[in-house]
Write a protein that binds this ligand. Structure first.
Ligand code: ADP
Length: 266
């Protein structure tokens, strides 16, 4: 609590009294602290690839260029680090648009089954490469919903990409759509992967929060996928949650309003 005292002066001199203003600043301070942490995280995430790029470029300049094989490898590292930086900046821009509500949702009537098949198709190469079996289940009564197809595609893409990243070869991934008891559309992405320790689950939707930083980076992750998914689902008026068991697998479930009217009322 911040307390400010302002004395009330009498015209003829002397003090008639004091006004005390009590202000609850905890929320403000928390906000400020999380903003500072976010900036520190962004700086660090950008600095890491930049340092790598710098040292590889220097090595090339210092003679590695003469060895074509070495040079090829170094250029490969520079390229992949640059690509990761571009992904990071793209994710950050997307988040900032979602934060400022600048991103108007473009609702369209969407066939749920087609949307899930579509996301599975987009990842078919990696799915085959890792010999993952994938199943899609559409519960009875689910056909279409009003949603921003591009944005929900991104949510599904982030979730399936995580399921793929954090599941061993030969594992399984399941997509399922149904209706929850509240009458909302409920979509889940389940995997038989490495799972998430209990202590990390509640923080996993925070920006840059990762169970294993090195592993996520190696996989090309930015640490922003789940937080972007959460913002998009929130913008639609839905919720998102994660259940997981270490070494067994994870399941992310999100809900969306099924009908157009519901959104208009919101
Ligand atoms: P990242 O780019 O690191 O994957 P995300 O925001 O998508 O960022 O996920 C945050 C962290 O949550 C990941 O680094 C990983 O530790 C954990 N995670 C997310 N999805 C899964 C999953 N399906 N299985 C295991 N861990 C996961």
């Amino acid at each position: 609590v911040r307390v400010t005292f302002t004395p009330i002066h009498r015209r003829e001199g002397g003090i008639a009294g004091t006004i005390a203003v009590l202000q609850d600043v905890t929320e403000q301070e928390n906000l400020e602290a999380s903003r500072r942490e976010f900036v520190a995280n962004v700086s660090h995430e950008l600095r890491t690839p930049l340092t790598t790029i710098k040292s590889y470029a220097e090595a090339l300049g210092d003679g590695a260029l003469e060895d074509p094989q070495l040079a090829g490898r170094f250029v490969g590292v520079i390229r992949s680090e640059t690509e990761r930086m571009i992904r990071l900046v793209t994710d950050l821009l997307h988040l900032s648009r979602l934060d400022s509500r600048e991103a108007q949702l473009r609702y369209q009537e969407t066939d749920i089954s087609e949307m899930l098949e579509d996301v599975a198709d987009r990842f078919s190469f990696q799915i085959r490469q890792k010999r993952i079996s994938i199943s899609i289940v559409i519960r009875r009564g689910i056909s279409t919903a009003w949603l921003d197809r591009d944005q929900i595609d991104q949510v599904l893409g982030n979730l399936v990409s995580n399921a793929l990243k954090y599941t061993q070869e030969g594992g399984s991934i399941g997509l399922e759509a149904g209706r929850n008891p509240e009458g909302m559309l409920e979509i889940s992405v389940r995997d038989s992967g490495i799972g998430i320790p209990k202590k990390d689950i509640e923080r996993i939707f925070e920006r840059f929060y990762r169970v294993d930083k090195a592993r996520s980076r190696n996989m090309g992750g930015t640490g922003l996928g789940l937080s972007i998914a959460r913002e998009i689902v929130k913008a639609h008026g839905g919720t998102i949650s994660l259940q997981s068991e270490l070494n067994k697998g994870s399941k992310v479930t999100f809900t969306l309003p099924l009908e157009k009217q519901r959104r208009d009322q919101a």
